[in-house]
Design a protein around this ligand. Structure first.
Ligand code: FEO
Length: 391
């Protein structure tokens, strides 16, 4: 394989997973996912994070080839989630004297996951610098972006931020590794989906990380998933800042759960009314058909949300409940919202949607619409107010 050079003595050693169906056995991967590891072959060498075990058969050979017979001095563990850490044992086996560089929050996990003993660990604290010769690495503690032990490694020499999950993306790297080698319009959606599904819950911690990094001369961002930002890292910073501040675009996401089509007709009806008011970004999702991963992505993207459910066992439909549970966990903020529902005898779907919505930091734009049986123009009159206020 060709060596992929990030900068002077810094190499990309990543892999593309096109086999796995679900990331974390939860989030769909229709376009796969890349995992990125980096090797700095300086006077002292440092590997920055590993890969998921089994994802790259020749991983150790590539490292050996770049090190050209020398020992590996350091393995920097920015994050312990096993998609980045599960080759640690193999690295230790191949390089028994390697020092594992990480912060104290990772110690217990290192031992619990891989049996790593304290004598193998080189503890670093916020702001500590590791001198490799030419490269000087500074460690920035960024807890909860994405786990409590997460940190970033900043190469003060070449301005490279090894950011781990932050600024990462779903989607494999199909030849192009760097932002100037790819069509970003494909990755933007997958990057936001990664953000909304994986990191978004910790948006306030992303903002804390931003505050810590302010004033840092970031010339390249090398994340652990997705493209390496060597040409325009400020684009990645800008997107992450916007998403973590819960800033959104004008548009409406309408999600329905319908058993026999009546609730779906309500969704179509309100969508048409909104369209007649000139709104172009309208997405309708059947929550029983589309995985919540994609719906959450669009909810993060757009300002307005309309949720509708048929009654089911006196509550909302179970598939809508799944979406609402994820929304409560991931907590997208500052949405304008409206609700609707249908029922066959005493209802309960709309009521449980109202209970959910009351727990969110969202603002309701109009009273909900609820109807019994099948819809008609009279029963749906309330949608006019929703359509006029939702944007
Ligand atoms: Fe890509 Fe939180 O691991």
């Amino acid at each position: 394989m060709k060596k992929i050079v990030i900068s002077n003595r810094v190499y990309y050693i990543g892999t593309n997973d096109r086999k796995k169906s679900l990331f974390e056995n939860n989030w769909p991967l229709p376009f796969g996912v890349s995992s990125n590891s980096y090797l700095i072959a300086d006077q002292k060498s440092a590997l920055i994070d590993t890969l998921e075990f089994g994802s790259k058969d020749d991983y150790l050979e590539v490292i050996e080839s770049i090190l050209d017979g020398k020992d590996l001095d350091y393995l920097i563990v920015n994050h312990m989630e096993p998609d980045h850490s599960s080759m640690i044992g193999w690295i230790q086996k191949r390089y028994p004297s390697v020092k594992i560089v990480t912060n104290n929050k990772a110690f217990k996990m290192l031992n619990a996951f891989y049996g790593v003993k304290s004598e193998s660990i080189y503890e670093v604290k916020d702001g500590d610098v590791l001198d490799l010769g030419y490269h000087k690495l500074k460690f920035v503690m960024t807890p909860w972006v994405h786990w409590p032990e997460t940190m970033m490694t900043y190469d003060t020499t070449d301005g490279i931020l090894f950011s781990c999950d932050a600024f990462g993306s779903f989607g494999t790297l199909d030849g192009g590794i760097f932002d100037d080698e790819i069509n970003f319009s494909f990755y933007e959606d997958e990057m936001r989906r990664y953000y909304s599904n994986i990191v978004g819950k910790y948006s306030h911690m992303v903002q804390k990380a931003f505050a810590k990094l302010s004033g840092t001369d970031i010339r390249c961002i090398a994340p652990s998933h997705g493209p390496v930002w060597r040409s325009n890292p400020s684009k990645a910073l800008e997107l992450y800042n916007r998403w973590s501040l819960h800033e959104s675009e004008e548009g409406v996401v309408i999600v329905f759960a319908s058993m026999y089509g009546n609730t779906e007709r309500m969704a179509d009806y309100v969508a048409r009314l909104i369209s007649e008011r000139g709104v172009k970004n309208i997405r309708i999702y059947d929550v029983s058909k589309t995985h919540v991963s994609f719906i959450l992505n669009d909810i993060w993207k757009y300002k307005s949300v309309i949720l509708g459910s048929s009654a089911y066992n006196s509550g909302m439909h179970p598939m809508m409940l799944h979406l609402c549970n994820e929304l409560e966990v991931l907590n997208p903020k500052f949405k304008k919202y409206a609700l609707f529902g249908s029922f066959s005898w005493s209802g309960g779907g709309l009521k449980s949607l109202e209970t959910f919505a009351a727990n969110m930091e969202w603002s309701q734009v109009a009273p909900p619409v609820e109807l019994m049986g099948s819809p008609d123009e009279t029963k749906m009159a309330g949608f006019a107010e929703i359509a006029s206020n939702i944007i």
